[in-house]
Design a protein around this ligand. Structure first.
Ligand code: PMV
Length: 312
């Protein structure tokens, strides 16, 4: 046992394929280390386990429902490690919570890593993924597994259920600009809303999911050829089908429109939707500050930029 255990994780950005990925289609996603989570765990001086994070500061046993997945992760991981002593968890995160950037999976990943580090026991990839998956099921209902797997990746991938990952390479610079609408994303609600349309056999929704699958396949081909203009068109079309599925919001639509009129090659919501973030792409680094400025003027609360050139 160590005096202190530490764990960290980055966030993720879904380029294309959210929602359709739940039904077996491919999704393109990118790990993003511009924001992340750091967890420190040490023996508690209070005789009871405590948590300090932006959402809650108090006893583990009194954690409210909004942090139910965190409560579960702490318990499951401590049980797997047979740790029964009271511990103090300090969670520091720069990932905006519930915005489609993988905050819940990142927190789970960092907590699990910190507890394994504290115990001195080795953590296998399989153990990590299985613990994150349990946590994500509480946070999101029936997750595709994309968020959890992305926490263990360092470079862009194409993901397909159940756990198929193919690396994808960006050999010419591409800049992803993320605009945070400031509204809480509602992934669980959005995933359930899509599911109820699919279960009811609604043709429009079924066609939209198939159309997104097709767009993602075309996007994979466009990325291989560095056809950024084509990729931009595909992103914007994807947004249209996400609107058809009912997972966008007026704020996201406004930010997408603003990015497009500011010269972005394409734009769409990212993550579960119904709030949260959108992304825009450009191949021109000089345009990035302009697009960010226009997004802020259109109501974005914050913007981030991730340049994929370094990952090629
Ligand atoms: O909102 P996020 O970052 O958890 O992304 C959800 C992505 C979905 O495809 C909508 C759901 C999933 O489990 O893949």
């Amino acid at each position: 046992m160590k005096a202190i255990g530490q764990g960290s994780s980055h966030s993720k950005i879904i380029l294309m394929g959210e929602h359709s990925v739940v039904y077996g289609g491919p999704a393109i996603a990118v790990p993003y280390s511009g924001v992340g989570v750091k967890v420190t765990v040490r023996p508690s001086a209070l005789g009871q386990s405590t948590v300090h994070c932006a959402f809650y500061d108090g006893l583990v046993e009194e954690m409210p429902d909004v942090v139910a997945s965190l409560y579960h992760t702490i318990h499951q991981t401590a049980a797997a490690l047979q740790l029964s002593m009271p511990l103090e968890y300090t969670i520091e995160s720069t990932i905006p919570a519930e915005r489609g950037m993988g905050s819940s999976a990142a927190v789970a990943c960092a907590v699990i890593r910190s507890l394994y580090d504290f115990s001195g026991q080795p953590l296998t990839q399989q153990q990590l993924l299985s613990l994150i998956s349990e946590s994500e099921t509480i946070a999101h209902g029936a997750p595709s597994g994309l968020d959890g797997l992305l926490m263990t990746q360092e470079t862009p991938v194409v993901f397909q259920r159940p756990a198929h990952l193919t690396p994808i390479t960006f050999t010419k610079p591409l800049h992803l600009i993320v605009g945070d609408s400031g509204q809480i994303g509602r992934t669980k609600e959005a995933v359930l809303a899509v599911k109820s349309q699919i279960d009811a056999g609604e043709t429009r929704a079924i066609k939209a999911v198939h159309a997104i699958d097709q767009l993602v396949q075309e996007a994979i081909a466009a990325i291989a050829k560095c056809q950024w203009e084509q990729l931009g068109h595909l992103l914007t079309k994807d947004h249209h089908f996400l609107q058809v599925l009912g997972v966008s919001s007026p704020d996201l639509d406004r930010l997408v429109a603003s990015a497009l009129t500011s010269g972005a090659l394409g734009a769409k919501l990212t993550g579960g939707g119904r709030g949260g973030c959108m992304i825009a792409i450009t191949d021109d680094a000089q345009q990035v500050p302009h697009i960010q400025e226009r997004l802020l003027a259109a109501g974005a609360k914050k913007t981030y930029c991730h340049s994929l050139e370094a990952l090629s």
